[in-house]
Design a protein around this ligand. Structure first.
Ligand code: ZN
Length: 487
């Protein structure tokens, strides 16, 4: 028994002891023994990028009941997991870390600088990820899913080792060299003339974005990269809020992942919901919440698998850091919230940006025309509008903010100090609209970037008890190394 293992057993025992304050030390030793003897062979790692307690709690409230006089949460699947812990997310140089360093800590168990993937603070020494270890040492199959591009920081932190997260072409080459069995979700950045797809095909991968082909993948499909048939311009999957029946959801990609990876020896499947983070940066709570719910749907697929494979399956759900400084509670609404009004928002800020761009291109974007689009897609109306939902009628302050955003967008006045605080580099009109509807619902934002909020860890299944307590994000990887018995 090595030192780390001994320490983690003690910590687990302590956590268990405090959890069962009225129980006996028997309970504590039962838990540490169950961790010691655990040997999961099907491991799911779900990462909500930018997801901490405010994001999961907002999704619970959104799906629950929040009209006047009625307050009820609806649990998510993963918030009902029996084991909950907390991980601290700071990296080697910042309490507001990025996804490269935090995902490296989660996958490989050490700290590094923001922007660095799979290498230490010297930016030279490469580590080894849980995915690489179980593949090499145990012969498990490995799958990596992301709703954003597959050579983006979080998925890359499971297969790549590189000093800069922005070297997308090199990261794509390392993806091909990984030998992992299943990649799925978004496409690739810096994939000029599909060159990276050809490199992947030369390495033996079937690359497909055909919906029927993807939905018929199975354990005989060989190494595969399943690209969503419906992508946004940036190469990511669409926001869950903007999807239609032609889209393949994150949950469907997990289901296919299981079909491709399932074997008697074992598999490791990492699935990232990456746009919780992007919606957090843009301060769009409705897009944020819907992508958290899409992650939860994907977790349910893993849980169904776990029910069929008890004592062999471990599911971890966590975030890499919080994004946006999202909070339930806003200065103008006091102790009240009204999440029911969020249902009036019909599309993400990105889809609304596209509407505005189309109107501008056609030369038809007047303020009156904008107000029509606002009412249609956000439910918000001008002050004094009759027969409107009262909670969605803008007050004079909010209306003036929207007028300013319209004018600033038209004149390009977006770089001043005030404007940088108001818009954070986003389209002035859509970010102002999401602020207005979020604030009316009782949601506040403090940032357009990442924050230092600790992140919950939810665990279910074989060895889940190892994730009780509070610990550094690097410990998530070490707990997995110990549970999977890899060096
Ligand atoms: Zn981010």
């Amino acid at each position: 028994m090595n030192f780390r293992r001994t320490l983690s057993c003690i910590l687990i025992a302590l956590a268990a002891f405090s959890l069962f304050a009225q129980g006996s030390s028997e309970t504590a030793s039962m838990i540490s023994a169950s961790v010691e003897n655990a040997s999961p062979k099907y491991v799911f790692m779900f990462i909500g990028d930018g997801m901490s307690s405010p994001q999961t709690n907002s999704a619970q409230v959104y799906n629950g009941n929040n009209v006047s006089g009625a307050v009820e949460l609806e649990e998510l699947t993963f918030t009902q997991f029996p084991v909950v812990g907390v991980q601290y997310t700071q990296d080697s140089t910042s309490f507001c870390p990025d996804s490269a360093s935090t995902a490296t800590s989660l996958s490989s168990g050490f700290k590094t600088h923001s922007g660095v993937i799979g290498m230490g603070v010297d930016k030279v020494t490469a580590g080894e990820t849980i995915a690489e270890k179980v593949k090499e040492q145990l012969g498990w199959k490995v799958g990596i899913i992301s709703s954003v591009t597959l050579n983006h920081a979080t998925p890359a932190a499971y297969y790549a080792h590189i000093a800069s997260r922005n070297d997308y072409f090199e990261i794509g080459q390392q993806m091909a060299e990984s030998g992992f069995d299943y990649f799925a979700g978004g496409s690739l950045l810096e994939n000029d003339n599909d060159q990276l797809y050809r490199i992947l095909e030369d390495a033996g991968y079937t690359v497909t974005n055909d919906r029927d082909t993807i939905l018929s993948l199975n354990s005989d499909s060989g190494k595969v990269y399943a690209v969503s048939p419906e992508l946004q311009d940036d190469g990511a999957m669409k926001y869950s809020l903007d999807m239609d029946e032609d889209d393949i959801t994150l949950a469907q990609f997990v289901k296919k992942g299981i079909d491709v990876l399932y074997n008697e020896t074992g598999f490791f499947l990492m699935c990232e919901s990456g746009k919780i983070d992007w919606a957090g940066h843009a301060n769009d709570a409705v897009a944020n919440i819907n992508d958290t719910l899409a992650l939860d749907e994907a977790v349910q697929v893993a849980l169904d698998f776990a029910f069929q494979h008890p004592n062999e399956t471990l599911i971890i759900v966590t975030g890499d850091h919080e994004t946006g400084g999202m909070t339930i509670g806003y200065a103008a609404t006091g102790y009240n919230t009204a999440f029911d009004i969020l249902k009036a928002q019909k599309m993400s800020f990105v889809a609304f940006d596209e509407l505005i761009a189309a109107e501008k291109a056609a030369g038809t974007l007047t303020f009156d025309r904008l107000m029509d689009l606002v009412e249609e897609n956000f439910g918000l109306t001008a002050p004094g509008t009759e027969n409107a939902v009262p909670a969605l009628v803008m007050n004079e302050y909010e209306y003036a903010k929207l007028q300013k955003a319209y004018e600033d967008d038209a004149s390009g006045n977006t770089d001043g100090y005030e404007e940088s605080l108001l818009y954070g580099g986003y389209n002035p009109i859509s970010v102002t609209l999401t602020h207005i509807i979020n604030n009316k619902a009782g949601i506040g934002w403090t940032s357009y970037a990442h924050t230092g909020l600790p992140v919950p860890v939810y665990a279910y299944g074989e060895g889940a008890e190892a994730f009780f307590g509070s610990y550094d994000n690097t410990e998530v990887a070490h707990k997995l190394f110990d549970l999977c018995n890899v060096q």
